[in-house]
Design a protein around this ligand. Structure first.
Ligand SMILES: [Fe+2]
Length: 212
């Protein structure tokens, strides 16, 4: 009995020495999965080559969507002029929709066994959308930039929709068509209507011809 107690006390002392309230900071280790790879076996009934191709394509779509999302915030902050208030709000609404799209694409890449691109530097190397200047631009230029970005995303969505359908990846097809394509088409429509040159005050007044 006495011996048992002694052993018990010894064990407790050893354990107490091991336990510390100090967080283990600055830990480093190799990555557990390389970018551009997919997990070998998943219960999705989708072959590895299909998941590899789809995750690669979705990462391009993701990089462009992240860039478009950020372009909306830049426009939201930097917009100026008589339409400031409505555009300030509209740009932020579209930003919010793009935030949801970005999350949905990234999580689809992960569930397909791949790795979603995430950080700004990697996005910048990957996106096909032209980098805007750091400075402020006029409203028609802001809107044109956003429309060009939408056009890139929409074009890619159409290719990816067809390819995912051909490969039997219905989930990717649905995401690309129902969420990404439709939202981008709608946002594109909202933007294009701001580039219609309509009179603000007097309707139907003939314009002065430059030649005349
Ligand atoms: Fe804001």
């Amino acid at each position: 009995m006495a011996r048992k107690d002694h052993n018990h006390n010894r064990t407790s002392t050893v354990e107490r020495e091991k336990i510390s309230a100090q967080p283990r900071l600055h830990q480093k280790a190799p990555v557990i999965q390389e970018y551009g790879t997919v997990s070998h076996m998943l219960p999705l009934e989708l072959e590895e080559p299909v998941r590899l191709e789809m995750t690669e394509q979705l990462n391009l779509l993701l990089a462009d969507s992240i860039t478009l999302r950020d372009l909306y915030k830049k426009s939201h902050w930097q917009v100026a002029g008589p339409t400031f208030y409505q555009l300030h709000l509209l740009f932020d609404k579209h930003f919010g929709d793009q935030v949801e799209i970005v999350d949905a694409i990234a999580e689809r890449i992960q569930l397909l066994g791949g790795i979603a691109i995430a950080m700004a530097a990697d996005v910048a190397e990957t996106t096909r959308i032209e980098r805007p200047p750091r400075g402020r631009e006029e409203v028609p230029v802001q809107i044109s930039r956003l429309l060009d970005a939408h056009q890139i995303v929409i074009g890619h969505c159409r290719e990816l929709a067809k390819r995912s359908d051909d490969l039997g990846d219905d989930g990717t097809n649905d995401l690309v068509v129902s969420d990404v394509l439709r939202t981008n088409e709608l946002q594109s429509w909202f933007l294009t209507q701001h580039l219609v040159d309509e009179p603000l005050v007097e309707a139907g007044r003939p314009r002065l011809s430059r030649a005349g």
